[in-house]
Design a binder for this molecule. Structure first.
Ligand code: WTA
Length: 664
C-alpha cells in the first residue's frame, strides 16, 4: 500500500459521515429533499408516483384499499402485464439496445447480448412453448435454474401468460425442490441439464430428477435448458414428460403471444423463504404493487437510467435477483448484467474485469462479498479501470463500517454514494436506505426509511424506544411492494408478521403493524442500524436459513438423537452454522459421523447450510423447564464470555462443550 493510501485509510477510519458526492447529486434521479414531507402529507396517494412509472391497460380505482387489514390491496382493478412493462413498451425507443448482458463462466469465450428486440422474441417463443405444453393462467411454474439466460426469459414468459413462477435457488437440494413444488401444487418445472462452477460441469438434472421423485402429484411437463457443451453432458435420458428447451422453442419460431391483461392484485410469483418453523414460507407477490415497488426503488435508490449498464451480482434464485436483476431494471428499460460465475474464477478480479469491460455504472452486491474482496486485497480492483461506476449498493445483512469504507474507497474511489439497503423477500423491494442524491451516509447504518414509509423501533410492548436503544423493527403502514399473504395460508401470514404488535381483532388499519423479525436501533437523526434477526433464522453469507430446518435435517441422520443449531460469527460469511449434536447410544462422535451429518444437511437444504462445526455432546444446556439455552450455545460458538449459567439444569455440560469448540 502506498503512503497516500495509508493516510487516506486513516482519515476514512475516523470519519463517521459522508456527504453524497456532488457529481452524483447533480445528475441524481431524485434530488429534491421535499420528497420526504410530500410523501408523508400525501400518503397513500404518494404511491401514484410509483404507479406512474408503469404502463396500464386500464387505470386503477383506488391507490390503497385497506378495508380488510392486513390483506391490503393496491391499485385496485388496474390492469397491466409485467412482461409488457419489461419488454414491449421499450421496443420503439430501445429495441436495439441491450436489455441483458449475459456474462458466462469463462469455459469458452461466450457472452451473449440480448437486445430488447431479441429478448422480446425469446420471451414470446418461450411463452408460446409453455402454452403449447399446457401451462395456463394461474398455473404455478417452478424454475430450478442457475444464472443462465433461460431463467429470466422463462420468468418473463410466465408473466406474459399470467402463470405465476416459483424460482428455487439452484444451490438448494433435491428435497428443497420437492418441498416447494408440493407446497405450491406446481405441475411444471423448468430446469437445466447442468452448469459450470469454476470451470467444471455440474450435473443439475440429476438433482432435479431426484427432486421430481419427491413430488406427490403428477407433473405435467418438465423443460430442460441445455447449458452444457458437447462432451460435458451427463448422458441423462429424458422421460416422456421432459423436453429440451431448445426443441420446444424452435417449434415456436417467430410466435407472438399477446400479453394477458392481469389484475393489479393477481399473483406474479411465489418465493419460498425460511422462517422460524421447519417449513419454508411461500411469500406471495402480486402484479402491480410489486412491479411498482421494484421499479420505483430501482429508479430512486439505484438511480437507474435507461442508458446505464447496471450490475447486480446476486443470484436470480433469491429475491434480490428477482427485483433488482430482472423486474426493476427491465421495467425501466435499462441494460441489466447477468453473471453466471463466481467472483474468484478464473481470478479474484473477475467482477472488476467485467465492470471495466462493460463500463458498468452501478454495482449492487452483498456485504459477505465485500468482506471477501477486502480479505483478498485491493490489488485486484486496482488492476482495473472502475471509473464508469456511479453508485454502489449493498443488501442482505448488516455491513460493518470497515467493509463499507473499503468499498467506498477501493471500488467507488470516493466518488460513488454507497446505499446500504435493508429489505426482505416479504417487502418486495428496498425499505430502509438513504436516497443517494439527498441523504448523507453513515457507514454501518442502513439510513432513514424511504419516503412514505412509517418505520418505528419499539419495545416488547410496542412503545417506541429512545434513540440509541436496541428494539424491534416495525413497519406501521402498508406499502405497495408488500407480500399479500403466505401461499394458501392466511392464518400463518398473520401469525408470522402481524400478531406480535397488532390488535388482530380490529379492522382499523392503524391497529395493524408489520413485524419483520429484525432487531434495530435508531439515532437522533432517524438513521436506523439493523442489528439482525430476532427469530431463529440465521443469515449465512446474506442467505436466510432457518435453524429448525437445519436441525430437522440433522435429526434425520441415522444415529442422531437431538440437535441444536445456532449462528456463530464468521469473518466472511457473517454468520456460520454451528451444530451441537447428541447421538443415540451405540453411535460414536467420529469423523465419519460428522461427515454424514454434513451430508445430511447438504441433501436436505443445500451446501449453503453446511455446518462450520459439528460438536458432539452427551447433553445440551437446558433451563430447568427443559428449554435449550441457545444464547449460551451462541456464546460458546463465538468463544465469548458466558452469561449466567446457574439457572441451568445441567451447568456442568457447558465447560465440556466449550472445550470441544476451542479444540476444533
Ligand atoms: C437481513 C434479502 C441489515 C435482515 C433482500 C432481513 C439486512 C433479512 C439488510 C432478509 C441490511 C437484509 N442490513 N440486515 N441492509 N438487508 N438484511 O429475505 O435480517 O433474503 O430480515 O431478503 O436479511 O433476507 P431476505
Amino acid at each position: 500500500m502506498s503512503e497516500g493510501d495509508a493516510e487516506l485509510e486513516a482519515r476514512l477510519a475516523e470519519q463517521e459521515e459522508f456527504e453524497p458526492p456532488e457529481s452524483f447529486v447533480e445528475q441524481a434521479n431524485v434530488s429534491d429533499p421535499d420528497i420526504y414531507d410530500e410523501f408523508e402529507a400525501e400518503w397513500p396517494d404518494c404511491w401514484e408516483a410509483a404507479a406512474e412509472l408503469l404502463d396500464w391497460y386500464e387505470g386503477y380505482d383506488q391507490v390503497l384499499d385497506d378495508s380488510n387489514p392486513p390483506f391490503y390491496k393496491w391499485f385496485t382493478d388496474g390492469k397491466l402485464n409485467v412482461s409488457h412493462n419489461c419488454l414491449d413498451r421499450h421496443l420503439d425507443e430501445r429495441g436495439d439496445e441491450a436489455a441483458i448482458e449475459w456474462v458466462g463462466e469463462p469455459v469458452e469465450e461466450e457472452n451473449i447480448t440480448y437486445t430488447y428486440e431479441e429478448l422480446h422474441r425469446e420471451v414470446n417463443e418461450c411463452a408460446a412453448a409453455l402454452e403449447e405444453m399446457g401451462v395456463g393462467e394461474g398455473d404455478v411454474v417452478t424454475m430450478y435454474m442457475p444464472m443462465i439466460p433461460e431463467l429470466p426469459i422463462a420468468m418473463l414468459a410466465c408473466a406474459r401468460i399470467g402463470a405465476p413462477h416459483s424460482v428455487v435457488f439452484a444451490g438448494f437440494s433435491a428435497d428443497a425442490l420437492a418441498t416447494r413444488m408440493n407446497s405450491a401444487d406446481s405441475e411444471y418445472l423448468i430446469t437445466c441439464d447442468g452448469y459450470y462452477r469454476r470451470g467444471d460441469p455440474l450435473d443439475h438434472l440429476k438433482k432435479a430428477n431426484e427432486g421430481l421423485g419427491g413430488v406427490e402429484h403428477d407433473v405435467e411437463g418438465v423443460v430442460v435448458a441445455e447449458r452444457l457443451m458437447d462432451g460435458d453432458g451427463f448422458g441423462h435420458d429424458y422421460a416422456d414428460n421432459q423436453h429440451a428447451y431448445a426443441d420446444l422453442v424452435a417449434e415456436q419460431e417467430g410466435a407472438e403471444v399477446a400479453p394477458v391483461e392481469r389484475d393489479a392484485e393477481d399473483m406474479l410469483f411465489l418465493m419460498y423463504t425460511s422462517g422460524t418453523t421447519g417449513k419454508p414460507k411461500g411469500v406471495k407477490h402480486t402484479t402491480a404493487g410489486y412491479l411498482a415497488w421494484a421499479t420505483w426503488t430501482s429508479q430512486a435508490v439505484l438511480d437507474i437510467k435507461p442508458e446505464d449498464t447496471y450490475f447486480c451480482s446476486a443470484d436470480i434464485g433469491w429475491i434480490t435477483g428477482h427485483s433488482y436483476i430482472v423486474y426493476g431494471p427491465l421495467s425501466l428499460g435499462t441494460t441489466t448484467m447477468m453473471y453466471e460465475g463466481t467472483p474468484d474464477y478464473p481470478e479474484r478480479d473477475r467482477l472488476w474485469q467485467i465492470i471495466e469491460d462493460y463500463e458498468a455504472t452501478q454495482l449492487y452486491t452483498a456485504p459477505t462479498a465485500i468482506r471477501a474482496f477486502m480479505k483478498w486485497g485491493s490489488e485486484f480492483p486496482d488492476r482495473h479501470d472502475l471509473s464508469s461506476l456511479r453508485l454502489l449498493g449493498t443488501v442482505g445483512e448488516p455491513i460493518n463500517p470497515r467493509a463499507w469504507k473499503w468499498y467506498y474507497q477501493h471500488i467507488g474511489d470516493e466518488a460513488c454514494p454507497v446505499v446500504d439497503t435493508w429489505w426482505q423477500t416479504e417487502t418486495g423491494g428496498m425499505m430502509i436506505t438513504g436516497l443517494p442524491g439527498i441523504k448523507k451516509m453513515k457507514p454501518g447504518s442502513a439510513g432513514p426509511p424511504l419516503p412514505g414509509l412509517d418505520v418505528r423501533i419499539v419495545d416488547t410492548k410496542g412503545e417506541q424506544v429512545e434513540a440509541g436503544r436496541a428494539g424491534y423493527l416495525t413497519v406501521q403502514k402498508p406499502w405497495p411492494g408488500m407480500l399479500r399473504t403466505l401461499y394458501k395460508n392466511d392464518e400463518r401470514f398473520i401469525e408470522e408478521y402481524w400478531q406480535e404488535y397488532s390488535d388482530t381483532d380490529s379492522s382499523d388499519p392503524d391497529d395493524w403493524v408489520y413485524f419483520p423479525e429484525d432487531g434495530a436501533k435508531i439515532d437522533d437523526e432517524g438513521y436506523i442500524t439493523v442489528l439482525g434477526r430476532v427469530d431463529d433464522v440465521l443469515n449465512v453469507s446474506g442467505h436466510r436459513l432457518g435453524t429448525m430446518e437445519i436441525e430437522s435435517a440433522i435429526v434425520g441422520v441415522e444415529g442422531v438423537a437431538e440437535a441444536a443449531v445456532v449462528g456463530g460469527d464468521h469473518e466472511i460469511k457473517g454468520e456460520a452454522v454451528y451444530a451441537y449434536v447428541i447421538l443415540e447410544d451405540g453411535f460414536e462422535g467420529s469423523d465419519e459421523m460428522r461427515e454424514e451429518i454434513i451430508e445430511g444437511v447438504e441433501d436436505a437444504i443445500g451446501p449453503i447450510a453446511r455446518p462450520e462445526q459439528v460438536v458432539f455432546t452427551p447433553e445440551l444446556p437446558k433451563t430447568r423447564s427443559g428449554k435449550i439455552m441457545r444464547r449460551l450455545l451462541e456464546q460458546i460458538a463465538n468463544e465469548e464470555e458466558l452469561g449466567d449459567t446457574t439457572t441451568l439444569r445441567n451447568p456442568e455440560i457447558v465447560e465440556d462443550i466449550q472445550k470441544q469448540v476451542q479444540d476444533d
